[in-house]
Design a protein around this ligand. Structure first.
Ligand code: 2F8
Ligand code: CA
Length: 263
């Protein structure tokens, strides 16, 4: 702080009192006590200024803190809302995933079943085609069974005439040499088959000369009633597979012829 001092020259003569000294000293200019605009601030004014600045700073800090609090409070609330929405979406997705997985398992099971069905149908189709081909290999009006052709008569003849008719057709009375064949013909009643013991009583032979190995006699047969029963019929009264009976050859019955398929 500069003090404006006006220097005044005082001549002092010893022994002589200069009465004008006081008036002269009073002429020394002192700086003004109060600060006016444009002049240098005092210490107190500095303190006041600093206090005001600190107050403003505190207010600013308070304001910034409040703004940041409001801002982050809103942001956190938004994040929480989004988090809750995501949790719900995840739950929905998990439920959908389980549903889709179950549907997939069901479809796989259905697919396997259908695949098995298709395989079964293909097998049936193949056997149908084979049967159809086989049917084409039999003459008109003949039945096809297991690669052979069979004629089942509508009229009735005795056993010998039946065999003659079969021969005329290029066949013989049926020779039953499998269970399937016997089962197939069990549906017919009182029908001549190609089995006889005419040549030797009690020794049954097929018309092609082969001996009888597997037989399907009805219970109690053959009994050769009256000593005259040399020809064999399917009687089928019992409804079982064992349905052969020996009977006198002169009886007139339906008959079954058997022959190979056509080439
Ligand atoms: O027609 C002859 C026939 O008569 C009976 O059957 C209906 C005999 N059955 C019994 O005696 C059980 C057959 O053996 C015989 O061939
Ligand atoms: Ca008999």
């Amino acid at each position: 702080m500069a003090v404006d001092i006006q220097l005044v020259t005082i001549k002092h003569t010893p022994g002589k009192r200069d009465t004008s000294d006081r008036s002269r000293i009073s002429k020394i200019k002192m700086p003004p006590r109060s600060h006016h605009f444009g002049s240098e601030p005092t210490g107190r004014q500095y303190y006041r200024l600093a206090t005001v600045c600190l107050g403003i700073l505190c207010l600013l800090l308070l304001l910034i803190t409040a703004v940041l609090y409001v801002y982050y409070e809103g942001a956190i609330s938004d994040i929480e809302k989004k988090h809750n929405i995501l949790i719900k979406e995840r739950h929905v997705l998990q439920t959908n995933y389980i549903t889709v997985r179950n549907e997939r398992d069901q479809l796989q099971t259905n697919y396997s079943t259908k695949l098995a069905d298709v395989s079964q149908l293909q097998e049936k189709y193949s056997s149908c085609i084979a049967l159809k081909k086989q049917e084409h290999r039999c003459p008109m009006g003949w039945k096809s069974f297991d690669l052979k052709c069979y004629y089942i008569s509508e009229s009735k003849k005795n056993w010998m005439e039946s065999q003659v008719d079969c021969r005329q057709k290029g066949a013989d009375l049926v020779v039953i040499d499998s269970k399937a064949e016997q089962t197939f013909f069990s549906q017919y009643q009182r029908t001549w088959i190609g089995l006889t013991d005419k040549k030797q009583e009690g020794v049954f032979k097929w018309v092609d000369g082969t001996p009888l190995t597997t037989s399907y006699w009805m219970n109690g047969e053959p009994n050769d009633v009256g000593g005259n029963e040399d020809c064999v019929e399917i009687i089928n009264y019992s409804g079982t597979i064992a349905n052969w009976n020996d009977r006198p050859c002169y009886y007139e019955e339906k008959w079954i012829c058997e022959r190979e398929g056509l080439d």
